[in-house]
Design a protein around this ligand. Structure first.
Ligand SMILES: [Zn+2]
Length: 374
């Protein structure tokens, strides 16, 4: 090759190198211009997904690192204006996704720290290690148990029967003949079968005991009963009764009166006075309603006792001979007395509860009032 040839070759090579350099320069300028690529964003996104923090200070540091004005995401955002126009849409979506992911992650870390803080706040190391918090006895159970206990000491044994009853045991055997107006006294829940009903009184248990037992019979029958009453402070569609029955030879009204006086003094105090007023029940003859002196006003008269000084607590009487005969007991040989009271009524008087509905509302504040009761 001659000199000219060599010069020419050098020129070609120099030109080629310069062109390549130019291209490289252009490439580098472009990269510098955008300053980031999709992979950079994706890397930050991956980092954010795996962030961890143990306290609020660490979370704040992460927030500053990623979300503050000088944070990594702001840096990427500021470079967005240099992204080439045809790629702006793709970068824009990705950057928004990154910012949202970072904000969500920081918030989630904050929530988890505050939740675990709340859990820790509930741990009271001074508490005893008792796993079960005991409830209290329901006031109606307290009164029922006390009634059973008092009559139990006078020789009465416990008897029980079904709440869904037939007509015979609730009405017919108790001297309520079909179509007799006395049935209107107890507004009854019947089911589709007209012979089956929800018992309106626990007298049905007396009937069941008499039909399978021979005198002497001395039972006490507590249980739930149902009547179609409008619910108010003084009435409910279900309530609780305790009935007692004593059948033997030569049982008299004097026996009944003494048993009820003893019960009243055991239940309401040794100075309690009782008063018997003539009344009517289909299953007893003669019948009476019994009052005790009003404990609230001491007998002077108040709104609770309707200004009479007396409060009615139960109904009673000598068992009608027709009831004894209907239940297979010879009324020419045996006599008996029976009595019945509402447990709610006794609890109202004993604990000065003036609204019957409180007993069935399951309000823990009300029930806990009885935690120290008998
Ligand atoms: Zn009174």
């Amino acid at each position: 090759m001659n000199v000219l040839g060599t010069k020419l070759l050098n020129l070609i090579i120099t030109t080629a190198l310069a062109t390549k350099k130019c291209r490289n320069f252009a490439f580098e300028t472009n990269k510098q211009k955008s300053g980031m690529n999709i992979k950079d964003i994706q890397n930050v996104l991956n980092d954010i997904k795996h962030l961890e923090a143990h306290d609020e200070k660490e979370i704040e540091n992460l927030r500053i690192k990623y979300l503050s004005r000088k944070g990594e995401i702001s840096k990427l955002m500021s470079e967005f204006r240099n992204v080439e126009a045809d790629k702006k849409r793709e970068y824009g979506i990705k950057l928004n996704e990154l910012k949202k992911a970072a904000t969500d992650k920081i918030n989630a870390l904050r929530n988890s720290i505050s939740t675990s803080k709340d859990v820790n706040a509930d741990i009271d190391l001074t508490r005893t290690a008792s796993p079960v918090k005991l409830g209290t006895r329901h006031p109606l159970s307290l009164v029922k148990n006390q009634i059973i206990n008092i009559f139990g000491r006078m020789g009465f044994v416990l008897a029980d029967g079904p709440e869904v009853e037939d007509d015979w045991h609730v009405f017919s055997s108790m001297n309520f003949p079909a179509d007799h107006p006395a049935r209107d006294m107890q507004d009854t829940f019947f089911v589709e079968n007209p012979n089956i009903l929800l018992r309106t009184h626990t007298s049905s248990v007396q009937s069941r005991v008499m039909e399978v037992s021979k005198p002497p019979i001395r039972v006490i029958c507590p249980g739930r009963v149902y009547r179609n009453e409008a619910i108010s402070a003084r009435a409910h569609c279900f309530f609780h009764q305790v009935e007692g029955l004593y059948v033997d030879e030569k049982v008299s009204f004097a026996d009944l009166k003494q048993v009820l006086l003893t019960f009243s003094r055991e239940m309401f105090g040794p100075d309690t006075k009782i008063r018997l007023r003539p009344s009517y029940f289909p299953f007893t003859e003669p019948s009476a309603e019994m009052d005790i002196n009003c404990d609230i006003c001491g007998g002077k008269g108040c709104s609770f006792c309707k200004h009479t000084g007396w409060v009615e607590i139960l109904g009673c009487g000598m068992v009608d001979p027709a009831v004894l005969d209907a239940n297979g007991i010879d009324s020419s040989k045996y006599t008996g007395y029976a009595f019945g009271m509402g447990i709610e009524r006794i609890a109202n008087l004993k604990y000065k509860v003036d609204d019957l509905r409180l007993f069935s509302e399951n309000d823990v504040r009300f029930l806990e009032e009885f935690s120290s009761a008998y």
